[in-house]
Structures are given as structure tokens and as C-alpha cells.
Design a protein around this ligand. Structure first.
Ligand code: SF4
Length: 417
């Protein structure tokens, strides 16, 4: 029955090796999370904790008066107040040398939960209590950069107090097989016998096979072993159909969706020489109302030239993009085998994200192919996508609406190089 539940005991923690060694870059961070216009909201307990701490120090008292306000509407009853931002989008407690005045005076425990935790994320999946870090933080990207041998995982028993039971529906889903399916997905992303774009494509081939498998009689271990042994059947890069125009247009559309609130996107438009033209033509139906036609122009040649320089500069760093995609997959709980549809949608999201990362990385490095610029654009792209679930869903919904979510279309998004 669809509404019957299965209880899955969660007894272990899964921790990627870059999680524990994370440290904030503080003043050395070029895109400090406290200065990026993020609205930091917190609950009443955090609010009162800051208020009481501020009463003991006159400087903090003034800062708290200017830098914190109660929310008029406490929409979901958990968020009570927020930090006010300066016109430049800076948190009022953030000092010019990149440190938090609240933390300096009162210690880390006075910070709201979100400030104490970011960029860490942990939660329960049907496999384990899982930990990961957000690629929207420069310190995290540095960790990924420092792992040329790839991300490894440590599995540890959970203390009794943290053990849980996850309830999943008995209806048609493979949530109870999440652990072996996800392990296979990570193995594919880390299979260095082929370029990363091909691995991403192979992932799609495998998930398409999974979509078409008999879920009522499914042996995940036997199935995963078979997929691992069939890697040789993946098409070579030059056999994958490419379409540079479709790749560029799809990513310009994503950029358009986020450009209103993200000033950095103008660098990418300008690197690609994006130009927009609006033409009004006579309506053939009634000969009266003009019809508006929007056209977008860009320089494909600029992309190709920039790509050549980008590839030369980062030819030995494909592992970094591998680590980035593994971290992103962990962050979005990829894949989602709640249904056949969500399984494919989660793959479409991951492909769109990979394609967009490549697009902004290449064009963001047009002026100079440096690690700093690469990190800057990946941080910005991650903040605009990974931290906006509605927007991430919007990308895949748009592809689904236009029948552009097929594996063949994903292959086009993956052919960035
Ligand atoms: S983005 Fe990351 S490294 Fe930079 S200040 Fe924030 S937590 Fe620290």
C-alpha cells in the first residue's frame, strides 16, 4: 500500500574527509559570506542571547542597536530577528579586517546558529547521518583544491542519542536502496578512467537504466555491480553530439534568472559579449498590434578562445571539478529515488549545475585564468543556485517544460569543452 511505512534505522554517520579539516579563511576570504547581502535570520533564543551579551559591552550594545532588528512578520514562527545589512550588503558586526566583532567579544557560542554552522550542513538521509560543506564558501573550495586524490568518506557509528529511525513510504520508490545507489553515483563521478564530462554522461545512462528497471524486484547490490562492470560501453567524448549554441543559450538563460540580484553576472555577459535586440514586427493575424521578438547575440569565438586558455591553465585540475561535483551532489542529496520522475529530475539538476559551473568558470577567467577568479565565480554561482532550492528546481522544470530534459539534451549541456 502506498501509505504504509517502512522504518529504516540510522545508526552511522557518513563524513567526507574535507569536512573535519575545514577552517574559515576570515579576513583572507575574497567573497566573505558576511558581506554578500545574505539575510541572516535567527530565532528568539539566538536574539536574546546576543541582546544579553551586548548589554555587558557598550560597543556591542551600539552595534546590536544598529545591526539587529526584530522581524515584523514571523512567517514560520521560528525566525524572530535578523541582522541589518549596510548599503553594501555587509553585516554590521563584521569588521574591516574580516572578523566578527560579536564573536571577538563574546565568543562563538553567542553567534546565531546559522553563523556558527555555515558552510556546514548535516542531516539524515535513508543511508546515514550525513555531513557536507557548501561549495558556496571559498574555504571549502580551497579544501577541494587541496584534495588531488579525491574525496574519501569515513563511516562512524552514531552515539545512541543521535540514532534515528527514518520512515519511508512502501509505495514505488527506491529510498531504502539510497545507500548503494548513491555509492555507485559517487564511484562514477570519481572514475578517472574517463574525463569528467563523460562520467557525468555515464551517470545519466546508469540512472536511465535504473528508471527503467523493475523496482518491485530490485537487488541494488547486484544491479550496482553490473553497472560498474559496464563502464566500457560509455560513448567517447567525440561521439557525444555537441551543440555550442544550445550550451551557451541554456546557460545564458540560467544567468538571466539570477542576474537581477547578482551583480557579478554582468562580468559573464560582458565576457561573452552578450547583446540583446528587440524587434517589433507587424502582427500577421490582425495587421495591427506589433509583435515583439527578442534576440540574443553573443560571441562564440570569445568562448572558444577563453576555453583554450582556461584548459591550458587548469589542465591538471580536473580533480578539483570532480571534487566540486561530489560535494554538490552531497549538498543536494543526489540522487532522489523517491520516484522515477524525481530520480531523473535530480540528474537534470546536477547536469545543469555542472554545465553552469563550467560556463561561469571559463568566462569568469577571461581576464586571467587564476585560482582566485575561478573560486570567485564558483562561490557566486553556488550562492545563486545551491542556496536557492526554488531556483534549482526552476532550472529543471524549464527543461522539462520544453522537452529538453532528455539524455541527448544533457549530453549537449555537458559538452562545455
Ligand atoms: S565564505 Fe567561508 S571562508 Fe569565507 S568568510 Fe564565510 S565561512 Fe569563512
Amino acid at each position: 500500500m502506498a501509505d504504509e511505512k517502512i522504518k529504516l534505522p540510522i545508526r552511522s554517520a557518513l563524513i567526507p574527509n574535507f569536512y573535519q579539516s575545514f577552517h574559515c579563511l576570515m579576513g583572507a576570504c575574497q567573497d566573505n559570506c558576511c558581506d554578500d547581502g545574505w539575510k541572516i535570520k535567527f530565532n528568539k533564543k539566538d536574539y536574546l542571547c546576543i541582546k544579553r551579551a551586548a548589554e555587558k559591552d557598550s560597543e556591542l550594545h551600539n552595534l546590536a542597536f544598529q545591526g539587529m532588528r526584530r522581524l515584523k512578520e514571523q512567517a514560520n514562527n521560528t525566525m524572530y530577528a535578523e541582522f541589518c545589512l549596510t548599503d553594501e550588503g555587509r553585516c554590521a558586526f563584521h569588521t574591516k579586517d574580516g572578523l566578527c566583532r560579536l564573536q571577538q567579544i563574546c565568543g562563538e557560542n553567542t553567534l546565531p546558529r546559522v553563523c556558527r554552522i555555515y558552510p556546514r550542513l548535516f542531516g539524515y538521509t535513508p543511508a546515514a547521518k550525513e555531513y557536507c560543506l557548501s561549495p558556496s564558501c571559498e574555504g571549502v573550495l580551497q579544501q577541494l583544491w587541496d584534495l588531488p586524490d579525491g574525496i574519501e568518506f569515513v563511516e562512524e557509528p552514531l552515539p545512541q542519542a543521535e540514532q534515528r529511525e527514518i520512515c519511508i513510504s512502501k509505495g514505488e520508490n527506491l529510498l531504502h536502496c539510497f545507500a548503494p545507489i548513491r555509492a555507485l553515483c559517487v564511484d562514477i563521478l570519481q572514475n578517472r578512467s574517463m574525463p569528467l564530462s563523460r562520467r557525468m554522461l555515464y551517470l545519466g545512462i546508469v540512472l536511465q537504466r535504473l528508471q527503467n528497471a523493475d523496482w518491485a524486484d530490485f537487488d541494488p547490490d547486484e544491479w550496482a555491480d553490473r553497472q560498474r562492470s559496464e563502464v566500457t560501453s560509455v560513448p567517447m567524448n567525440d561521439e557525444i553530439p555537441g551543440n555550442r549554441d544550445m550550451y551557451l543559450m541554456q546557460n545564458i538563460k540560467i544567468l538571466d534568472r539570477i542576474s537581477r540580484e547578482s551583480a557579478w553576472t554582468s562580468d559573464i555577459y560582458s565576457a561573452l559579449k552578450v547583446q540583446r535586440k528587440i524587434t517589433l514586427t507587424v502582427n500577421k493575424n490582425n495587421g495591427l498590434d506589433p509583435v515583439r521578438i527578442d534576440t540574443i547575440g553573443y560571441s562564440k569565438a570569445v568562448y572558444e578562445d577563453t576555453l583554450t586558455e582556461f584548459q591550458a591553465a587548469f589542465s591538471t585540475h580536473e580533480y578539483f571539478f570532480e571534487n566540486l561535483m561530489v560535494a554538490a551532489a552531497l549538498f543536494i542529496d543526489f540522487p532522489n529515488p523517491s520516484s522515477r520522475e524525481t530520480l531523473w529530475k535530480s540528474y537534470v539538476s546536477l547536469c545543469s549545475l555542472y554545465s553552469f559551473y563550467c560556463f561561469v568558470s571559463v568566462l569568469g577567467c577571461k581576464e586571467a585564468a587564476t585560482k582566485e577568479r575561478l573560486f570567485h565565480y564558483i562561490v557566486k554561482a553556488s550562492r545563486a543556485t545551491l542556496h536557492n532550492q526554488n531556483r534549482l528546481n526552476g532550472f529543471q522544470d524549464e527543461l522539462f517544460q520544453h522537452d529538453s530534459s532528455t539524455l541527448a539534451h544533457m549530453a549537449i549541456l555537458l559538452r562545455w569543452d
